[in-house]
Design a protein around this ligand. Structure first.
Ligand SMILES: [Zn+2]
Length: 51
C-alpha cells in the first residue's frame, strides 16, 4: 500500500483559527472545542468601516 494524502473535511473557528475534524455526526458543532465560542462559524466583522 502506497502512502497517500488523505484530506478530510473539517471546521475552522473564525475566532481562534483552530481547526478540527468532527467525529461521529455530520452536525456542525455548537461551540469551538478550543475557545468554546458559539460564534466560531460566524465571521467577526459585521461592520464595514470606511476611512
Ligand atoms: Zn475557537
Amino acid at each position: 500500500m502506497a502512502r497517500v494524502k488523505i484530506e478530510v473535511e473539517g471546521f475552522q473557528c473564525e475566532r481562534c483559527e483552530h481547526k478540527w475534524v468532527p467525529r461521529g455526526s455530520d452536525d456542525e458543532p455548537a461551540v469551538c472545542p478550543k475557545c468554546k465560542s458559539p460564534y466560531w462559524n460566524k465571521p467577526r466583522v459585521r461592520k464595514i468601516k470606511k476611512k
